[in-house]
Design a protein around this ligand. Sequence first.
Ligand code: C2E
Ligand code: CA
Ligand code: CA
Length: 511
Amino acid sequence: MRKVLLPILAAICVFVIGVFILNMQLWYSSSMDALGGARYAAKNMDNILNEAFQATGTAKRIAEKKCDLESQYQLGTEAALRPHLRTLIIIRQGKLWCTSLPGNRILLKQIPEIPDTNLLLASAQNTVNEIPVLLYQTQTQTHTQTSRIIVTISGVHIRGALNVPLKGVTYSLRVGDKVLGLLADVTDFTASAQQSGQVNSAKYPFSIIFEQPPLFSLKRLVTNGLGILIFILLISVAVAYAIDKYLNKNDTPEETLRRAIDKGEIVPFYQPIVDGRDGTLRGVEVLARWKHPRAGYISPASFIPVAEKSGLIVPLTQSLMRQVAANMNSIASKLSSGFHVGINFSASHITSPTFVQECLRYRDSFSRNDLNLVIEVTEREPLHVDDDLVQRLNTLHENGFVIALDDFGTGYSGLSYLHDLHIDYIKIDQSFVGRVNDLPDSTRILDCVLDLARKLSLSIVAEGVETKAQLDYLNKNNIVFLQGYYFYKPVTFTEFILILLSKPKVEVFVE
Ligand code: C2E
Ligand code: CA
Ligand code: CA
C-alpha cells in the first residue's frame, strides 16, 4: 500500500509546490504591474496639476493688479492654452473677484466652502454640467488682501489620467476622504479590500488607489500560466513514475503480485463450456490472467503458484469473484437458466476460515439466482480431506453451489474422499483427452477414467478438446459438456459477449 501511495503523494507534493511557486510568481508580477500602473496614473495627475501650478502663477500676478477685461482675458487665455484646465478663479474675502470666464462667471453652482487644503474634489452636483471637478487652490498674499486662486480641472481629464490600460485593475483618485473613479460621481473613501493599494504623489496631496491582485486566483493561473501549469503536471507525473520505478526495482515476486492485485491487474478470462451435441453454450470457466501494463496478458501458470505459496491466492480469488459477479450481472438477461459459472479454488483458500462466508456473499452478489455457480476444486494439489473440509463443501452444496472436481485422474489424494464429499461432477483432465487420436489404442486410458467416473455415478465435463477425433470419441461416450480449443480458447469478457450473442458453431455436430 505504501508503495502505491508514496508516488501519488510525491506527485501531489510536487504539483502543489509547483503551483504555489507559479502562483506567487504571477501574484508578484501582477502586483508589480498594478503598482506600476498606479505610478503611471499618479505621474499623469502630477503633470495635470503642474499645469494648474503654472496657471496659478499667472493668476497671482493678476491678483496683484485689478480684475478688468484684460485680466479676465489673460486668465481665459491661460485656461484655454493649458490642455487640461477648465477655469481659473480668484476669490477675495470669500467672494468671487475675478474668473477666466466672460462676465466673471464660474461653472460651479456655488463656490464651495473651501478648506485650507491644496486640493478638493467637487462632486457632479456642484457643477453646472454635472461633471465632477478637481479644484487646485493656492493662497496668495497681495499687499492689502489675501486671495485664493482656484484652478478647476474637469473629471474628464482626471479619468483620462486614471485610465491605465492594464487588464483587471482599475484606478481611482483619492483626495482627502473623497474618491473619484473611472465611473460614477465623487464618493467617500472607505478603506476596503477593493482599494487596498495606494500610491501617493510626491508633489501634491493626492493618491492613486487601486485593488491589489488577490494572493491566489485560479483564473490568473489558467490564463497567465497554463503552459507552465501543464509542465508542472508532467513533472509531477514523471516524479511519481520515477519513485514508483525506484521503489519497485527490488520487488520480490510476491510484492509485485500483491500490487498487481491491488491495481486490479488480475482479470477474469472466460472459456466457454458447450454442449457437444449441438454446440450450444452451457457455461464458462473463469481463468485468471494478469493484464500486465507492459508484458500483456500473463498465463496463470507463472503467478498462481506464487499466489498459493504466499497466501495471495485469497485476495486474488476474491477480486476475481467480484469481477465475475459484476460481469455476469451486466449480461444477466442474456444467460440461459442453469448457465454454469465455474471458478477455480485452491486448497489453501478452501481451508481458510472465511471461505464459506465469501462464497455465500459471492452468490448473493448475483442478480440472477438460477445460475449454476460452480466451485472447481483441483485434485492436482494435495487436498487434505477432513471433516471440516467435507462440511464446508457440503454446506456450499446445500446452499446451491455446484462442486466440481478438477483434473480428475491426476490426483494425489486417492479416491477415498469421493464417498464423503458431495461432488456434482468431475472434469476430465486435458492430459487424458489429449491422448485421443484416430488410432484405436489411443483411447485406452481415457476409457478407464470414464469407466471409473461412471462407476462412481459422477457427471462428467471433458477439458482440452482440440480435435474432431476427440469430439467424436466424447460424443460416442455420451460426454455432453465439453471445453477446449476446438470450440473456444479462454477469451476476454468483451469477446465472450460476442460469442454469447452469436449462433453456435455448426461444425461441432456429430456426423
Ligand atoms: P485448469 O483449471 O485445468 O484450466 C484449464 C486450463 O486448460 C486453462 O489453462 C485453459 O486455458 C487450458 N485449456 C483449455 N482448453 C484447452 C485446450 O483445448 N488445449 C490446451 N492445451 N489447453 C486448454 P490456463 O488458463 O493456463 O490455466 C492453467 C491453470 O491455472 C488452470 O488449470 C488452473 O489450475 C489454474 N488457474 C487458472 N485460473 C485460476 C484461478 O483463478 N484460481 C486458481 N486457483 N487457479 C487458477
Ligand atoms: Ca479448472
Ligand atoms: Ca482442469
